[in-house]
Design a protein around this ligand. Sequence first.
Ligand SMILES: NC(=O)c1ccc[n+]([C@@H]2O[C@H](COP(=O)([O-])OP(=O)(O)OC[C@H]3O[C@@H](n4cnc5c(N)ncnc54)[C@H](OP(=O)(O)O)[C@@H]3O)[C@@H](O)[C@H]2O)c1
Length: 323
Amino acid sequence: MSRWAITGTTGFIGPKLCRLVCDRGDEVVALTRPGSSSSTTDLTGVRICPTDLLDVAAIRRAIRGCDVVVHLAAPRRLPGKSRGSAPGSRGFLVITEACRALLEAAAEVGASKFVLASSTSVYGRPWGEVTESSPLKPQSEYARARLTGERLSLSTGARVGVCVTIVRLSGVYGPGSIPLRPLLAKVTAGGFRVVGDGRQIHQTIHVEDAARALDASGRGGRTSSETVLVSGARSSLREWLDEMATAAGVSVRYTPWLGLPARLALRGVPGLIGSRRLASLDYQLRPRAYAIEHSLELFGNYHQVSLGDAMAELVGERHAALP
Ligand SMILES: NC(=O)c1ccc[n+]([C@@H]2O[C@H](COP(=O)([O-])OP(=O)(O)OC[C@H]3O[C@@H](n4cnc5c(N)ncnc54)[C@H](OP(=O)(O)O)[C@@H]3O)[C@@H](O)[C@H]2O)c1
């Protein structure tokens, strides 16, 4: 049996990861935000330990006896808003300095592994397929903070002798996803119109599969630090939205003739920050394609949720929430 310390356990992915680890018979210590009003009812069997993630001594006390530390905590993302990650802000420090604090405490208690949930946002907005070695071009405060946190983790891990795995997650979806709500509402209302034909790759990962990949990254006998891309099976945006619409008994309309001019216009825009309309256009036109062969090799096949089942569940959850 091993003992895991996990941050961000009250978020979207955290409870799923805690469940996987506990169901296997391993122990979980949840480092929750002191004063957090988030519910911990999903965390049955987990030891809750409110801990300041910048306080090495407090972390050391909380994670004594742990073998693995997984850092999921990050400022929350709400629909239409960017994550608060301005340099020097609390959100920034949780993504950056907390990595150093967690790793130093991990080394002091003899934990051998540190997993950081990072994000494909570090690649910016490429039009082609992304691999682990694609150029890094973070274009938001959040993405820049992410990259700083990754680098800090790798350098601190090397200094204190803890193996670091950076897991760069693509967009994660599933029941309970707050950022997905506006799109879900529009599609399930029927008649949603997409700019372009929606045939570009749109690779996202179901929250249960993301938790499975994170779980696998904390297990196994790896001893060298590395960075891994994690996403779901490939589908096009059209397949993705059509599955959602079908589950709701409606359809989506595509406008292929608008695709090329809109794509050309979008390519001329240097950044999307602050513009909700441009961000929505970007979502409808830009491919999201990730080479995930390395993670499948390392972690085994972590894809277990089919797109059809996932969309049926999402739409069911939305219908249940309607008055
Ligand atoms: N979801 C995605 O699509 C996605 C994609 C790529 C990467 N990721 C990364 O994966 C990780 C988990 O994502 P998620 O979607 O599960 O996140 P989430 O739902 O936004 O939850 C964030 C978690 O971090 C905690 N947190 C925030 N500020 C904190 C602080 N100052 N001290 C301690 N804990 C704090 C929150 O606690 P409270 O409940 O107290 O607020 C919550 O448990 C994050 O690092 C995220 O950036 C997510």
